[in-house]
Design a protein. Structure first.
Length: 278
């Protein structure tokens, strides 16, 4: 009898049925490629939709880009595991490697992850924005840049302060620009011989005459303290945030000029020399 033809061959690794191998692995490869192509398309659509949602909710553009890229990489890793599983590769080892790598990276970058989380919270809840005058972590300045890991402030002396977002988001933040107006606080002392009513009128007139002092809320003048050598008045004009320092310095100067013109004395320390006869 004539022997039947077969595709089975014998080599160093034993006998192989090439037809079976081609069929089995060919189907797996085709299926894996289909999963990969469809998966990449779906991931692209998910990232695009997520960015549109974040944009509609007013999330910072920097955070939109970062979170979009992060979501894309996470989904691609999961897609890679799915493709490897379809090819018949053991995925348990991949999961263990990814988990161990994630743990190692998390421990190594613990401080950076805290700053990243703080940056995300700042960009989502927006306790301040670029251009706001804030005070935080013992630093006062205008917000120059809000980044993922740090926030930059320009101090009144034009120094650049860089504050980690982790400590910034967990500490107290005073936003001087949030309400749009600020109260300027002065304490001005006059002699006990001065007439209280006249002094209040003089101080009130200089505030009412200043073009950057607001009418509403109205400025106020009140006796705040009967000190050892002076009667102290709390002088409190209101102004827009950007005019704070103009009003602060102008009112001090105008008060001195106006009180001198009205003959109201501003006390100052006197030194008395005592000579002992001998």
């Amino acid at each position: 009898m004539q022997e039947e033809n077969t595709t089975t061959e014998t080599g160093w690794f034993g006998s192989f049925d090439f037809e079976t191998i081609i069929v089995d692995y060919g189907l797996k490869i085709v299926a894996a490629l289909a999963i990969l192509i469809i998966g990449l398309f779906v991931i692209k659509m998910i990232v695009r939709v997520s960015r549109k949602i974040m944009k509609k909710r007013g999330i910072d553009a920097t955070l939109q880009k970062f979170l979009g890229n992060l979501l894309g990489w996470v989904l691609k890793i999961l897609l890679f595991v799915a493709v490897a599983s379809k090819l018949g590769l053991e995925t348990t080892s991949f999961a263990a490697i990814i988990g161990a790598a994630g743990l190692a990276i998390g421990l190594a970058l613990q401080g950076s992850l805290s700053n990243f989380a703080g940056g995300v919270l700042i960009m989502i809840f927006k306790p301040f924005k670029i251009g706001d005058l804030i005070e935080a972590q013992g630093v006062i300045g205008v917000v120059k840049e809000i980044e993922i890991f740090t926030t930059q402030l320009n101090t009144p002396t034009n120094k650049l302060a860089i504050i980690p977002n982790g400590t910034l988001s967990n500490g107290n933040i005073i936003n001087y620009s949030a309400e749009g107006v600020l109260r300027v606080d002065h304490v001005i002392g006059v002699s006990y011989d001065a007439d209280i009513k006249q002094t209040k009128e003089v101080l009130m007139k200089i505030m009412e005459a200043h073009d950057k002092v607001l009418k509403d809320p109205a400025p106020t003048v009140n006796v705040s303290e009967l000190a050892d050598s002076s009667v102290n008045f709390a002088v409190r004009p209101w102004t827009k945030t950007e005019h704070y320092w103009d009003v602060y310095f102008d009112i001090l100067e105008d008060a001195k000029v106006a009180l001198d013109a009205a003959g109201i004395e501003i006390p100052y320390p006197h030194s008395v020399e005592i000579q002992k006869e001998g």
